[in-house]
Design a protein around this ligand. Structure first.
Ligand code: IDP
Ligand code: MG
Length: 160
């Protein structure tokens, strides 16, 4: 069996996951990381970080015209965040399912937002919305030496 070969035949995607400042302040970092860790995707980057206004605006540039944009930038820069890069086949869509929809009141129980949050403006976590966004956002939030190439020992127990 050659799991890495199989994985390389399919498209291995990356997603950018971030515990937002409310998640950090509320002590949810361990709980949130744990959900991704248990799912079995590969962690390739992790840091505790204070985001600048410029970076927040670049990250959310598609939302620039929205009425909530200034509040969103204030929220994201209001305190430290936890930045993560996760990798795997189907990781982007799967992470979005684990996270739940944008409005936590509508997010299904069992999802991170469904279980842990109430409002859109305090929805504790970010996850990239497409493989293209995943690539862009991982490159935006992590410098080259901050990402780690490794082969998790559990791969044969997760991928046949
Ligand atoms: P997503 O995080 O589920 O992908 P997006 O539509 O990309 O949702 O919006 C990015 C973030 O902007 C949301 O996670 C949320 O924090 C914030 N946001 C989106 N819509 C609203 C709103 O109507 N009011 C306040 N904040 C919002
Ligand atoms: Mg989004």
């Amino acid at each position: 069996f050659l799991p890495h070969l199989v994985a390389s035949l399919e498209r291995v995607d990356q997603t950018y996951i971030m515990v937002k400042p409310d998640g950090v302040q509320r002590g949810l970092v361990g709980e949130i990381i744990s959900r991704f860790e248990k799912k079995g995707f590969k962690l390739t980057g992790l840091k505790f970080f204070q985001c600048s206004k410029d970076l927040a605006e670049e990250h959310y540039k598609d939302l620039k015209g929205k009425s909530f944009f200034p509040g969103l930038i204030e929220y994201i820069t209001s305190g430290p965040v936890v930045c993560m890069a996760w990798e795997g086949v189907g990781v982007v869509a799967s992470a979005r399912k684990l996270i739940g929809v944008t409005n936590p009141l509508e997010a299904e129980p069992g999802t991170i937002r469904g279980d842990l949050a109430i409002q859109k403006g305090r929805n504790v976590i970010h996850g990239s919305d497409s493989p293209e966004s995943g690539k862009r956002e991982v490159a935006l939030w992590f410098k080259e030496g901050e990402l780690v190439e490794w082969e998790p020992a559990l791969v044969p127990w997760l991928i046949e």
